[in-house]
Design a protein around this ligand. Sequence first.
Ligand code: NAI
Ligand code: NA
Length: 396
Amino acid sequence: MIIEPRMRGFICLTAHPEGAAQNVKQQIAYVKSKGEINGAKKVLVIGASTGFGLSSRITSAFGSNAATIGVFFEKPASEGKTASPGWYNSAAFEKEAHAAGLYAKSINGDAFSKEVKQEVIDLIKADLGQVDLIVYSLASPVRMHPETGVLHRSALKPIGQTFSNKTVDFHTGKVSEVSIAPAVEEDIENTVTVMGGEDWAMWIDALKAAGVLADGALTVAYSYIGPSLTEAVYRKGTIGRAKDHLEATAFEITDKLKDIHGKAYVSVNKALVTQASSAIPVIPLYISLLYKTMKEMGLHEGTIEQIQRLYAERLYTGGDVPLDDKGRIRIDDWEMRDDVQAKVAELWKEADTDNLAQIGDLEGYRKDFYNLFGFDYSNVDYKADTNEMVNVESIK
Ligand code: NAI
Ligand code: NA
């Protein structure tokens, strides 16, 4: 079929397999260009198909020649309907990994469930014996709790008071005022249940009990802080409570891993265009001003540059892992630099519909967004008839 982007609100309903393959190839080329990383050799990535998780899988495989198991929740193609982007990314990743002689298998299912955890444990036992790095990179709006069967929905809301600020519809470039009503207690609880650390701890407990964690195993999950501009809706909002919980969970997991000399880390990453972040009001305007500023200063990074730096300069230097005063890894250090934030704050005051295309990187935002779905790659022929029925090699 001829595959074109079809937008509905902030999501794209179609994805392009050739563009997804370009995305994966470019990330692989970047990691290879930076040289070998003395990292983990048997790696489990939970949330491996898009965003930071995909870049983690690529960095492990092509930076450290690691065997990888990837877990994700994606849709294969069906007659006349494309697969979801993460499906095509994973198909392309496995193809490249297998061609390079690397072990790579994937499990498509609900990572929050007991069944998928058991499937992963069985696969590790059968093929790898143990794993020495577990990357936890899930982003989901819902979680079916495995003990209660209750379906929890996260809410992206401020806490305590209505938050009003500017936002942009990045499709039209229209800057407008948005007001978000405060969360009720239940919103906070639900968001912590979905995006907090409980499931991460459940994964590590299950893997440990099954004896599939290697001595000295590391696990890392991703968090975000951001500036005071977005604080009310992010770090001091419902999602921030979930990140507080995730960060606290790292210490609990480290305690439980003492006997096998394991450690859990949270890495605070940079704000980037992903499917998850595009859905949060205010954040797209911030990102478009941040991109403009960081590109001008030569500091811009995407997910692959971030994760390559996380591995090479934080986790696997051979020395101690550098941490902030709250015990977190910081690869948002360039985003949070005083000169970067001062510039963004100045631009924020001025930003309106008329000037955003000049003072912000709307074009860069849109390109990144289209790229997530495999569109807007210069070397893909989007007019060509394309086979949408692409398989992930390890999934039967
Ligand atoms: P993403 O949406 O690109 O990736 C989410 C991944 O989770 C995909 O692989 C998806 O298939 C998988 N997934 C979702 N629900 C699942 C389920 N029930 N079972 C199995 N897999 C499931 O998200 P992104 O942005 O890479 O986020 C990953 C982490 O990084 C999140 O914790 C997020 O808060 C954090 N982060 C994101 C930042 C951003 O600006 N995008 C900044 C800093 C941290
Ligand atoms: Na991810």
